[in-house]
Structures are given as structure tokens and as C-alpha cells.
Design a protein around this ligand. Sequence first.
Ligand code: PXP
Length: 398
Amino acid sequence: MLIDLSFHANCPDCRINSRLLQRRAGALLRECRVSGYGLSILLVDDQEISWLNDHYRHKSGPTNVLSFPFADGADSSLALVPVKELGDIIISVDTACREANEYKQSLHDRLTWLITHGLLHLLGYDHERSEADAILMQDKEQELLSRLQHSRSTAMTHLAINVDHIATIRQARGGVEPDPVAAAAICEMAGAAGIVVHLREDRRHIQDRDIMVLRETVKTKLNLEMGANKEIIGIALALKPDMVTLVPEKRQELTTEGGLDVAAQKKMLAKTIDKMSKAGIPVSLFVDPDSRQIKAAQEIGATFVEIHTGRYCDAASEKIREQEFQTIAAMAEEAYQIGLRVYAGHGLNYQTTARIAALDTIEELSIGHAIIARAAFVGLDQAVRDMLDIVQEASRLS
Ligand code: PXP
């Protein structure tokens, strides 16, 4: 099943969880028994959809969704090509956002409805043909959407690896080995989807040189973890990582202890997010699984939240671990429903990761210590692959 989901140049893509939409589109194809076919979903802005609406349908102004079946106007020689394509669904994200507000839906649910509607058009349904056809199409939409709520996930959760502790070992002797830059390359070659480093104010592990070389060498995604302080903000703006994760930072702590108190620091964090946004850097806020913090993160314009999994990982009993897991699942759902992209991390290891990876609202896990610790015995490549197996197996079964 090949679903190509892409964003056109001016489309505001950063708030969209493309993994989730791809998974939902895959489930829709399966429900419609056309999972052997390819489908293209293109997300555009109002200006582009207005042009397409005018050009192909002679209607003025933007619309929410357009469907172009593959057979329509296709070159007859394409009949010889051994691919089975349903066609293109083109959606205006601007209109989808307006409709989501109007119908009090999440943006992702609105986009799912539009994909469903577009797909049914590709399969020959047409609400404009007659009243009976309109009822038929609407009934089919309802049926598919309710089945979707119970369908299984197929897309994979991403694994990003924090290589700070490679630098911790290097700093223990103040030399040049082991190099976190080499570690990042090994992680990427083993299948990691991103590299995370925390440039601390006290430079206890990652150094300025590391982030500069990583910016040049990381091929997947460089996520710079940082406190929102003036010096580090300046460095981030000059470096332009693929994203930043803002965390609370205390000199005395061994590692990041808790999530940000976003609700209490809204003004300062909003200013930092604004500066990063102007430089084209999406911002994630590291928060405890707490509704108040998640709402505040959305209100001040964060693109992502990373939900702190520490209490779940460190739980003193299975009963407490279960409670913490349920809280994380509920908070990830809440964050996702209000349009945030959701990551999770801290303290995850080879025993605790699977359940979190199985949550389909969570796109990516950020894991460091457990992988670096295992690498001391089995090598970094193997340690990354072992964790990837867990993450991929869990997201396949969810
Ligand atoms: N996410 C954040 C925000 C962190 O501060 C850390 C620790 O640096 C991690 C994830 C990774 O945590 P761990 O090293 O326990 O896997």
C-alpha cells in the first residue's frame, strides 16, 4: 500500500501529524478493500486550491477538498504501467482549519473527514448526482469513520537518540574520545530517525563544537534540547537546528528533573517560541503529563510537546506504573486533539518503552541513557537496533 502524503510550499504543515494521517488513510483503503492501490494526498493552501478549483471545475474561490481519479485524463500509455493508482486527493489546510473551528473538531479529525470524502469520490461516490447518491455517500462516510476509530495502526513510531552521555564519558577525561558526532552517525546508520543533544549552560557534556559539527553531519533531524536562557537562545538561532526542545534547567540536577511549568512562564516561553518561529525553528516544550501544561503549550504556539515519561518509568510498583501510563495515554490524546504534535521521553528503557511506543498519538520517542548504557556491553549499533525492534514491534501491534 503506497500512500504519498505531501505538503505544497505554502501549506502550513508544522502542526500536522503526517504519520497519523497516513495511518488513517491506510486504514480507510483497507476498509474500502483497495489497499493494493496507491493514493496521493496533497495538502495545499487556499490560494492553490482556488486555482485548481477554477482551472478544473470552473468554480471560483477556495474549497475544502478536490479529488482527481487516476483514470481521468490519463495518458492511455499509462495503462501499460504496472501500478494501480486511485488518484489524487487535494486538501486545503486553510479551509480545513476554518472548518475544524466551525464544527468544533480537531484539525486532524477534520482532515480525516476530508480524506474520507475525497476517497469516496475517487471510488465513484458522488453526492452531487442525486439526493439518493448524497445519502449513500454520507452513510458510507459515517460507516468508515466509525470503523476507523477501531482500526489498527500501521505506521511506525520514530526513535530519536540522545547522545549526551557519549559526551559525558569524553568529558570525564577532558579529551576527544568518544566523540558524540561519531555516535550520532552510528545511531543514524542503525536506523534512528533523529539525534538529540542538550547544550547545557554549564557545558557538562555537549560542547559548542559538537552542535556545530552535528549541524553539518546529521542527516535525519537534529533536535537541540536547551533551557530558555539568553546565551543558548542566541546559539540556537545561529545554529538553526531542525527543532528545539525547551526544558527546565537547574545546575544542581543530574538530569532534567521535571517538565516545564509552561502555565507559570507563558510570557517568557511565548517570546522564545516567537523568536524561534521567526527563524523557522519549530519548538517542542518538555512537559509533565498534565492537562494545564499541555493547554498552556498550545495557547502560546508550541508545535510539539514532549511528554515526560519519568514517573511512569521510575514507578515503585506495577499499580503506580499502570496509573502513570494511563495518565500519559490520556494526556497524549488531549495534546493531539488540540492540534499539538506529541513526542515522549525520559527514563525509557528496554522494559518500559513498548507500551509508550504503542500509543498512536505519539510520533516520536527520545531515548538516551538506556541505549548508551547498553552500548557499553553490546556496541552502539546493536543497542540502537535492539531498541528499534521494540519500538517497531510495539507500533506494529498497536
Ligand atoms: N527528553 C528530554 C527532554 C530529556 O531531558 C532527556 C534527558 O536528557 C531525555 C528525553 C532522554 O532521557 P533518558 O536519557 O533518560 O533516555
